[in-house]
Design a protein around this ligand. Structure first.
Ligand SMILES: Cc1cc2nc3c(=O)[nH]c(=O)nc-3n(C[C@H](O)[C@H](O)[C@H](O)COP(=O)(O)OP(=O)(O)OC[C@H]3O[C@@H](n4cnc5c(N)ncnc54)[C@H](O)[C@@H]3O)c2cc1C
Length: 297
């Protein structure tokens, strides 16, 4: 059995001091749904686990109409999926949370842990990329805000330094006539995404044109990524069938999927186009709206 010390700080200051003191020996543990798997497989062997579960204030979802959404690092996927506010105003994120693993995994696993694990096939990152999320990272050296678009470096690697912790995920306010969706294609319900597509857009109702759009992809490269050239095809345009098909084809050209898991790269590419199209059609038909009350049991 792997041996490690376990420390349970109560404040962000204590937590970052532990990370500074233990250096590379330490690993943050949140819900343990990825970390404990890596430890049990012998892929990582930290000397110290630093728990964030008793750090005051990290289990909250705070919303302000002008500042947007602030999600603490201890907030679980179940909390995200059940939040009436997130279901209504940031529906793509609630849809992604509902699709992570099983109910047990969602009850323990945090949104932030899912992001920090930096798995290219994880469900939350594409939904968060589409919503233009950033993360607040804190260490004894200070605090910085990192756009999620620049957060992922390689499979299972982010730009966080070993002494930094993510304290909050930040999402800008929802704007009028904007909406979001997340669609997942997976071999089985508990599997990570073969392909995941998160899309946010804002719509010009008078002109019936897309004002702005962001497309986040999972399973489409060595990290979660944005399909920026496909986005460019939509901005300022009506989303005709032709434009939607062209966007799917452009997204294929922008991705660089890994083979393995349940699918070769060639299959993932095809599914990127299929699921970009389906997600756009859902948004266009308003089919992405969730009931305000979530049942995640
Ligand atoms: C059976 C099963 C099914 C799954 N299915 C899916 C699925 O369908 N879709 C999907 O996306 N994922 C899936 N997963 C993966 C998993 O749900 C998430 O990656 C997991 O929940 C991560 O969150 P956590 O709180 O458990 O993080 P942990 O496992 O505790 O930590 C994960 C990593 O992030 C780091 N970390 C955690 N929090 C912070 C922080 N605040 N600051 C800095 N670093 C931090 C840890 O040090 C560790 O390296 C599945 C897992 C299991 C066991």
């Amino acid at each position: 059995m792997p041996q490690f010390a376990y420390v349970v700080p109560k404040t962000i200051g204590q937590m970052t001091q532990h990370l500074a003191d233990y250096g590379d020996e330490a690993k943050i543990i949140a819900g343990g749904q990825s970390l404990l798997v890596l430890i049990s497989q012998g892929l990582v062997s930290p000397g110290v686990l630093v728990s964030l579960n008793e750090v005051a204030g990290l289990d909250r979802i705070v919303h302000d109409d002008s500042k947007g959404l602030e999600i603490g690092a201890a907030v679980t996927q179940t909390q995200i999926a059940a939040s009436p506010l997130i279901r209504e105003k940031f529906s793509g994120l609630a849809q992604a949370a509902e699709k992570v693993g099983s109910v047990h995994v969602r009850n323990l696993g945090t949104l932030s842990g899912n992001v920090c694990h930096a798995d290219p096939a994880a469900d939350s990152p594409p939904a968060l990329l589409a919503l233009q999320a950033s993360v607040k990272a804190v260490s004894v050296r200070g605090e910085r805000t990192i756009p999620l678009d620049g957060f992922f470096r390689d499979p299972l690697e982010s730009v966080l330094e070993p002494d930094e912790m993510l304290t909050h995920i930040l999402i800008p306010p929802a704007s009028p006539f904007s909406n979001s969706v997340y669609l997942k294609h997976a071999a089985r319900a508990v599997d990570r995404a073969t392909v995941g597509v998160g899309i946010w857009w804002t719509w010009d109702p008078a002109e019936e044109k897309c004002r702005d759009i962001r497309i986040g992809l999972a399973g489409a490269g060595p990290t979660p990524l944005r399909a920026k050239q496909a986005e460019a095809l939509a901005k300022g345009h009506r989303l005709t069938d032709e434009v939607i098909v062209e966007m799917g084809q452009m997204a294929i050209r922008e991705c660089d999927p890994l083979s393995g898991g349940h699918a070769p790269a060639s299959y993932r590419r095809k599914m990127v186009a299929v699921f970009v199209r389906r997600a756009l059609e859902r948004l266009a038909k308003g089919m992405n709206r969730l009931p305000r009350e979530g049942n995640t049991r």
